[in-house]
Write a protein that binds this ligand. Structure first.
Ligand code: SF4
Ligand code: MG
Length: 315
């Protein structure tokens, strides 16, 4: 999957070629039924764009997304509308997408009405039930979005995503805006709902400890590239990519024996408009070799299920 954004105006190069931001640059991964796949990386690494492209909320530049072997991008509008009920998105700040003049009950009922699910009374019951499932109260049906805290609004956002009984949720930084004390409540709620409704999650976040708490597998993104992918324990116990090592060095570890030599990366993330040649991490990598500056490393399976794109691991 690739998503390049054209950049106009001041940044546009002279002549015919406009500058572009390579937000997602040739990533590929599987999302298995019932799992939580954590997509992690610093802000601007392309993880949100990847999530939005998968749902076709933004038009990808090239690539494919297969859902149950069907190529999503080749579906008709009608088929896509149907599929949208199976794949739902939860955003960091649900408040901006909750109509302030509508009651919570009406907000949650709207998707059901649009998709013609059940009678008015059945829809109302479904909404009341869903409010309870996400830890809200039935009385909240009559309240307005501004009457709720950030955590409660995220519960409402989750309820809205679940109301059509989807199979897959793409959760884009769903706890990042919340107090740390509320984050783990929300992660536990998501885990419970996953079990109850047999959901598959693509969980996008920048916080390694949050991702560790909820994910079965993790993909690490840097500057539009997927640089490492592994089971959660594998990734935390034996990270392979120097960038992953650096991310983990910043996470406090309880077990001192596991504490690795800290690796610290220097400098800023380069602009995705002008990404480094070869390995996109080479300008900051403490292990950089000559080959890294010209040849883009390919993703390869180092141990079972453990993929890495780095010249250090090539034969
Ligand atoms: Fe570092 Fe080279 Fe590996 Fe890139 S390919 S992460 S520059 S060692
Ligand atoms: Mg983002």
């Amino acid at each position: 999957l690739k998503k390049y954004f054209p950049v106009r105006g001041a940044f546009g190069r002279l002549g015919k070629t406009l500058a572009e931001v390579k937000a997602v640059d040739d990533i590929s991964f599987n999302l298995y039924k019932g799992e939580t796949y954590g997509l992690v990386g610093e802000s601007g690494c392309g993880k949100s764009t990847a999530g939005r492209s998968i749902l076709h909320l933004t038009e990808p530049t090239s690539g494919h997304v297969f859902y149950n072997d069907k190529d999503i991008f080749s579906l008709s509008d009608n088929e896509m509308r149907k599929l949208r009920t199976e794949l739902q998105m939860v955003f960091q700040d649900p408040f901006s997408s909750l109509n302030p003049r509508k009651r919570i009950g009406d907000i949650l009922e709207e998707p059901l009405a649009i998709h013609d699910r059940g009678s008015k009374a059945e829809r109302r019951n479904l909404v009341l039930e869903m409010l309870e499932k996400v830890g809200m109260q039935r009385e909240h049906y009559y309240r307005y979005p501004h009457e709720f805290s950030g955590g409660q609004r995220q519960r409402i956002g989750i309820a809205r995503a679940l109301i059509l009984n989807p199979n897959v949720l793409i959760l884009d930084e769903p706890v990042s805006a919340l107090d740390v004390s509320i984050q783990s409540q929300m992660l536990n709620l998501l885990k419970d709902l996953q079990k109850e409704y047999q959901l598959t999650y693509l969980f996008i976040a920048h916080d390694m400890s949050v991702v560790r708490h909820i994910s079965d597998r993790i993909g690490v993104m840097y500057l539009g590239h997927l640089v490492e992918e592994a089971n959660t324990d594998q990734l935390f116990d034996s990270p392979l990519h120097p960038y992953t090592e650096a991310l983990l060095s910043a996470v406090p570890v309880a077990d001192n024996k596991k504490k690795k030599d800290r690796i610290v990366i220097k400098g800023e993330v380069p602009s995705p408009m002008d990404p480094p040649s070869g390995c996109v991490f080479h300008t900051r990598c403490p292990y950089v070799m000559d080959i890294c500056k010209t040849v883009t490393p390919k993703k390869r399976e180092k141990d079972e299920g453990h993929f890495v794109a780095c010249h250090l691991y090539e034969e």
